[in-house]
Design a protein. Structure first.
Length: 223
C-alpha cells in the first residue's frame, strides 16, 4: 500500500509540474504574439510614411518662388517673355493673366499656358525654360560647423547638405538625425513628416531610405 501510495503521489506531482510548464509556455507564446502584434500595429505604420516620404523624389525640377522663366510662344513675340515666379507661386502673362507655376515642371507649365491660350489662339505652341534657379534651398541645424540656410542650383542629398554645412561638430549624434519635411495632413492642411536618418547607414548604403535627395524647404536636424 505504501509503495502504491508513493507511486501515485510521484505521478501526481509530475503531472502537476507538466501542467505548470505547459501553462507557462502557453503564456509566453501569447505574450510573444501580443508583442509582435503591437510592433506591427504601432511601430510599422508610424515609420512607414516617413520611409516612403524619403524615397519620393522627382527627377524633374519643380518650379518655385523667385525662379526666372522664359516663356516662348511660337511665332508670337508679343506673348513671349521672361517672367519671375512670385512668392505666391504665380506668374503673369499677357491675355491669360495670372497662372500658378509653383510645384509644376517646366513642361507642365507650358501645357497649362497653351491650354489657356486656346481661347485666343488656335493650336498655340509653348515652351518654358528655366533661366535661373532660385527656389531650391534647405536648412541644416544643430551640431554642424555652419548651421543655416543653403541655396543650390540642383537637388542635393543629406550627406551633401551636411558637407555644405561644414560637417559635424564633436558632439554630434550622427545616428539620431532627422529630416523635417512639410507635408499636407489628412485634412489637406499643413503638416510635417519627420524622417529618421542614421549617418552610418548613409555611408554604408544600408537602411530603408538611403542617402536620399532633399526637397526644397527640408530641414536637416543634427542633435
Amino acid at each position: 500500500m505504501n509503495g502504491s501510495t508513493v507511486s501515485h503521489s510521484n505521478a501526481g506531482t509530475w503531472a502537476s509540474q507538466r501542467t505548470r510548464m505547459l501553462l507557462a509556455g502557453a503564456c509566453a507564446l501569447v505574450m510573444a504574439i501580443t508583442l509582435l502584434g503591437l510592433s506591427l500595429g504601432c511601430g510599422g505604420p508610424r515609420q512607414q510614411p516617413a520611409v516612403e516620404e524619403a524615397r519620393k523624389h522627382s527627377k524633374d525640377f519643380l518650379l518655385g518662388a523667385e525662379d526666372v522663366l522664359e516663356v516662348i510662344v511660337w511665332r508670337n513675340q508679343d506673348l513671349s517673355r521672361q517672367v519671375v515666379v512670385r512668392p505666391d507661386g504665380m506668374i503673369s502673362l499677357p491675355l491669360i493673366g495670372d497662372l500658378s507655376a509653383s510645384g509644376l515642371t517646366a513642361n507642365q507649365l507650358a501645357e497649362r499656358i497653351a491650354e489657356r491660350l486656346k481661347e485666343f489662339k488656335e493650336n498655340p505652341s509653348v515652351t518654358v525654360s528655366v533661366k535661373e534657379v532660385n527656389s531650391y534651398y534647405v536648412f541644416v541645424l544643430g551640431e554642424v560647423t555652419k548651421p543655416g540656410k543653403y541655396q543650390h542650383k540642383s537637388y542635393i542629398t543629406v550627406v551633401q547638405a551636411i558637407a555644405m554645412a561644414g560637417g559635424f561638430t564633436l558632439y554630434a549624434k550622427k545616428n539620431k538625425m532627422q529630416v523635417l519635411r512639410s507635408s499636407a495632413n489628412g485634412a489637406g492642411g499643413p503638416g510635417e513628416i519627420r524622417i529618421p536618418v542614421r549617418y552610418d547607414q548613409l555611408l554604408s548604403g544600408e537602411g530603408t531610405g538611403g542617402n536620399f535627395f532633399l526637397k526644397s524647404g527640408d530641414t536637416v536636424v543634427v542633435p
